[in-house]
Ligand binder design. Structure first.
Ligand SMILES: NC(=O)c1ccc[n+]([C@@H]2O[C@H](COP(=O)([O-])OP(=O)(O)OC[C@H]3O[C@@H](n4cnc5c(N)ncnc54)[C@H](O)[C@@H]3O)[C@@H](O)[C@H]2O)c1
Length: 412
């Protein structure tokens, strides 16, 4: 486990680096050898003394204790697409944030952007760890005083989940159990859980409400539903405040252009529609493959509900503010409006100003015709409404970031 925290941890490491950079004696000059050793020892002792007298040396890390008026949120998966945007919003709203991520899919570059925006001690720390490592997770919880957890970390591609189901059950279901056990053991009382409309499967009736029966049809959706069930069972006999947010299709990026979506190139084949459109618009891919034109929808292509990431993270903050002990809130997070793949591609062409070659192919097995949400519960109970509902604008924002970050975060 590596800890790239700001504040105390970083101050110490900076100092120890300067110790490491000290001049060591030249072995050829034997006459002064002993003297130099003594000098080095003296300097080392002096440095240790200075370090010990430094106010930050003995004082505990600001992350390790509760502070009046400060809410400390553990953001798992905070180096990823949605988690990094949520961290930005939390920091802007004066929350203290610890990101835990194993960087398997996220970007250290996103964490760096956040650290540069919020460099003050006690605002943001990054801990490199795998949530499958229960011992490491326990250590993190024992060394940090969290008030709440936003659990984003997950592998999250439907197609990949059908190829590697065990990976999905392990990473999503089993790791959620690890996080929940650590929360229970360390008395952390609020959980905001990232779930998905994939837990509903292929409902007959649209729009999808929170009482639409859940019948997931792929390992991704099933693993998320199992994780939800574990959380719900645990919450029955605990005083934990739980919010489960079932997102629809997430698009867009920070309107101020600081963060974006940068999946690893090797995951491109499993990627989402916005990434595929941008790849086609920028010439990385020769075109876009649209699978299925004979669905029972207005133009024959699949219909989905696209939610902008800025609205999504707003829903998280509202959920965090309204979470109450012993209560569970389950909410769909979508716009309530279905848009067809053809509409999406049209918006993408306008947003990028590029021609996009589209190949229309037969249906892909397992795809469903229409999925869109009824968001009235979250509007009513959390006073949340989607504001970024213009597809073209959301895609324009995301495209601007893509254009200024060729190669993702690694080339900045
Ligand atoms: N993007 C969408 O359209 C969408 C839709 C519905 C739900 N969700 C959910 O939202 C959450 C975030 O998704 P995203 O799109 O930001 O994905 P992402 O891949 O960009 O981010 C996930 C992050 O979790 C980290 N992670 C994965 N496994 C980990 C582990 N074992 N230990 C520590 N860190 C780990 C990754 O490194 C990555 O930084 C996921 O739970 C996903 O299921 C996403």
């Amino acid at each position: 486990m590596l800890n790239f925290g700001r504040g105390r941890t970083q101050t110490r490491s900076t100092r120890s680096m300067s110790l490491g950079g000290m001049d060591y004696p030249d072995p050829k000059k034997k006459s002064s050898f002993v003297g130099k050793i003594l000098l080095a020892a003296g300097l080392t002792a002096l440095c240790i003394l200075m370090l010990k007298q430094s106010p930050s040396f003995n004082s505990p890390s600001p992350f390790s204790h509760q502070e009046d008026g400060v809410t400390h949120v553990l953001v798992t998966g905070g180096a990823g697409y949605i988690g990094s945007h949520a961290t930005l919003r939390l920091l802007k709203d004066k929350y203290r944030v610890t990101i835990v991520d194993n960087l398997s899919r996220g970007n250290l570059g996103a964490v760096r952007v956040l650290q540069e925006l919020f460099p003050e001690p006690g605002r943001l720390q990054f801990i490199y760890a795998d949530l499958g490592d229960a011992k490491a997770v326990n250590k993190i919880f024992s060394e940090n005083a969290f008030d709440a957890v936003m659990h984003f970390a997950a592998v999250a591609y439907v197609g990949e989940s059908t190829l590697f189901p065990l990976k999905y059950y392990h990473n999503i279901t089993s790791n959620t159990l690890v996080v929940l056990e650590a929360m229970a053991a360390h008395g952390v009382k609020k959980l905001i859980y990232s779930s998905t409309c994939a837990t509903y499967g292929e409902p007959e009736k649209m729009p999808i409400t929170e009482v639409t029966p859940q019948a997931p049809i792929n390992p991704y959706g099933k693993a998320k539903k199992m994780a939800e069930d574990i959380i719900l069972d645990y919450s029955k006999n605990s005083n934990m405040a739980v919010m489960i947010l079932r997102y629809f299709n997430v698009i867009g990026s920070d309107p101020e252009g600081r963060l974006g979506e940068a999946p690893k190139p090797e995951l491109r084949e499993h990627g989402r529609i916005s990434g595929a459109c941008f790849d086609a618009a920028s010439g990385i891919m020769p075109g876009l493959k649209v699978k299925g034109t004979d669905y029972d929808t207005p133009d024959g292509t699949c219909v989905r509900d696209y939610i902008d990431v800025t609205d999504l993270v707003d829903a998280h903050v509202k959920a965090l503010e309204k979470a109450e002990p012993k209560k569970v809130g389950i909410y769909n997070v979508g716009t309530g409006k279905g848009r067809s793949v053809k509409e999406f591609v049209e918006a993408c062409k306008q947003a990028t100003g590029k021609p996009i070659n589209v190949d229309y192919l037969p249906r892909r097995p397992g795809d469903y015709a229409k999925v869109y949400s009824d968001p009235s519960k979250i509007m009513r109970e959390l006073n949340w409404t989607a504001r970024y509902t213009d597809l073209k604008e959301s895609l324009q924002t995301a495209w601007r970031w893509q254009q200024s970050h060729h190669g993702g975060y690694e080339n900045i």
